[in-house]
Design a protein around this ligand. Structure first.
Ligand code: ZN
Length: 320
C-alpha cells in the first residue's frame, strides 16, 4: 500500500486545473460581466453603467474595469461579448443597432480588444440569449430551435442542428423585421407590417392607445384583458394570431422543434397557450404537429451567460 501522502499527491496532480472565461453583456445603459469556469458555473457577476453618452474611451474603460473587477484575479483565457446589432467580422464593427449608435462606430471593438489581455469574441445579444437558453432547456431534447427576445424590439437567435447559425454576414434570425402584412403598420426600420411593429412592447402600447386612448405597458393591458376589457381583448386576439402566423412561417422555413420566448413582453401568459394552436393550423407537412413555445428560464442572466459560452467555445470547452 502506498503511503497516504504520496497517494494524495498523485490525485492532486491528476486533477485538471480550473479554466476560466468571461462573458460581457453590453447594453445601452449598463454593461454586465460574469466569470465562469469550465463547468459553465457563474462564479461572479457584476454590472455598472456603460455610459455611451460619455464617449468611446469611457465605454471601453468601463468594460475593462468591470472585467478586472469581476474576474478577481482569475486567469481567464478568453472573453465573449454580446451587444445589439449585427457583428461583421470582416471589419470588426457592429451594424444595425439604432438604439446604441456609439457601438456602431468603427474602432470601438478594436479599441476594446487592445485593452483586454485575452481573445475577445463578439456576437449579437439575441444570439447569446439563444445559446444560453438552448443549453439551459433544449440541448439533448431539441436540436433545432429559435429563441426570440420580445421587449422594446423583436430579435431572435437560431440554433440549427445543435449549432448557432449566425449566417455568413451574421444577420440570421432577424424575425422582427419579417413582414406579415405588406401594407401593414409602419415599422421603425422603414418597412411595413414587420412583426416588431405589432408585437414589441412599444407596439402593443401604441395599438392599445389607438383603440382606448391610454398608453399602457403590456402587463397593464394584459391585466385589463383578464378583467374583460374589449380593447385589450382585441389587441391580444390579434397579437396571438400575428405571432402564430409569424412563428409558423419560421417553422415552415427552418423545421424548428421549439421556440423559446424571452424579454420583457414574454411575461404575458397568453402566448404560451394561445399561439401554438394558431401555429398548428399554419404548419405545412406532417399532420397534427405542434411546436411548443417555451418560456425563457434564465431571466436577465441569459445574455451574459451566452456571451461567456462564446469564450468557452474559443477555449474548445464547448461545441455549438
Ligand atoms: Zn421592421
Amino acid at each position: 500500500m502506498l503511503p497516504r501522502r504520496s497517494y494524495a499527491h498523485k490525485i492532486a496532480l491528476s486533477l485538471p486545473m480550473s479554466r476560466y472565461a468571461v462573458g460581457i453583456d453590453l447594453g445601452g445603459t449598463k454593461v454586465e460581466a460574469c466569470l465562469v469556469d469550465e463547468t459553465r458555473q457563474i462564479l461572479a457577476r457584476k454590472r455598472r453603467p456603460s455610459e455611451p453618452g460619455l464617449g468611446r474611451e469611457r465605454v471601453v474603460r468601463n468594460i475593462r474595469e468591470l472585467v478586472v473587477d469581476t474576474a478577481g484575479g482569475a486567469p481567464y483565457e478568453a472573453l465573449g461579448l454580446g451587444t445589439p446589432g449585427t457583428y461583421s467580422a470582416a471589419d470588426d464593427v457592429m451594424y444595425g443597432a439604432p438604439h446604441t449608435p456609439l457601438y456602431e462606430k468603427p474602432g470601438l471593438i478594436s479599441l476594446l480588444r487592445s485593452e483586454l489581455d485575452a481573445p475577445l469574441v463578439v456576437e449579437n445579444d439575441a444570439n447569446c440569449l439563444a445559446l444560453a437558453e438552448f443549453f439551459a432547456q433544449c440541448h439533448g431534447r431539441f436540436s433545432t430551435v429559435m429563441a426570440v427576445i420580445l421587449g422594446t424590439g423583436m430579435g431572435s437567435g437560431l440554433i440549427l442542428g445543435n449549432r448557432l447559425h449566425r449566417g455568413p454576414c451574421g444577420n440570421a434570425g432577424e424575425i422582427g423585421h419579417n413582414s406579415i402584412a405588406i401594407d401593414g403598420r409602419p415599422c421603425e426600420c422603414g418597412r411595413r407590417g414587420c412583426g416588431e411593429a405589432y408585437l414589441s412592447g412599444p407596439s402593443l402600447t401604441r395599438r392599445y392607445a389607438e383603440l382606448a386612448g391610454d398608453a399602457l405597458p403590456p402587463d397593464k393591458i394584459f391585466a385589463l384583458h383578464e378583467a374583460g376589457d374589449p380593447h385589450a381583448r382585441r389587441v391580444f386576439d390579434e397579437s396571438c394570431r400575428i405571432m402564430g402566423e409569424l412563428f409558423a412561417n419560421c417553422v415552415n422555413t427552418l423545421d424548428l422543434e421549439a421556440i423559446v420566448l424571452g424579454g420583457g413582453v414574454s411575461n404575458i401568459p397568453l402566448w404560451y397557450d394561445r399561439v401554438p394552436p394558431v401555429m398548428a393550423t399554419a404548419l405545412f407537412g406532417l399532420p397534427g404537429r405542434t411546436v411548443p413555445i417555451l418560456k425563457a428560464v434564465l431571466g436577465d442572466s441569459a445574455g451574459v451567460l451566452g456571451a461567456a459560452y462564446l469564450a468557452l467555445r474559443e477555449m474548445r470547452l464547448m461545441e455549438f
